[in-house]
Write a protein that binds this ligand. Sequence first.
Ligand SMILES: Nc1ncnc2c1ncn2[C@@H]1O[C@H](COP(=O)(O)OP(=O)(O)OP(=O)(O)O)[C@@H](O)[C@H]1O
Ligand SMILES: [Mg+2]
Length: 133
Amino acid sequence: MDGVSFDLRSGETLGIVGESGSGKSTTGKTLLRLTKPTGGSARYRGRAVFGSDTRELRDFRRRAQMVFQDPYSSLNPRKRLGDILTEPLVIHQIGAPDQRQDRVVEMMRKLGLRTGFFYRYPHELSGGQRQRI
Ligand SMILES: Nc1ncnc2c1ncn2[C@@H]1O[C@H](COP(=O)(O)OP(=O)(O)OP(=O)(O)O)[C@@H](O)[C@H]1O
Ligand SMILES: [Mg+2]
């Protein structure tokens, strides 16, 4: 990728359009530091993303995350949906430990996945349900 430049304000949505292989995913991955940038700069709320240290990077990743193109390969087939969704709350220490499960159940409900789905595995979902998870 070369010569990419854009600003995004709070509440805005930006669509990046281009032919297959032109670098859209690479742009996203680089912004999240999943791919190492070779140059340039990015700022999130005024702070440099590319220069951030480990702690700043962890903080940034609480707010900026990827929804991968292929939900089949990004969900661990051996884990139940409830555990998959609880894991980031544990890693980022979000919410009290005994409230995390309720939070996940509530989020699943908002996505149209009733409580029973908590104990299901990724292969038991439709494509759209898997994408929402
Ligand atoms: N890990 C990698 N190592 C080497 N080259 C890569 C790697 N990942 C992607 N590429 C190459 O970089 C270019 C951009 O890929 P990218 O995945 O960003 O495309 P894209 O715009 O998201 O395409 P699509 O619309 O098909 O998802 C492609 O030519 C691809 O082959
Ligand atoms: Mg892509």
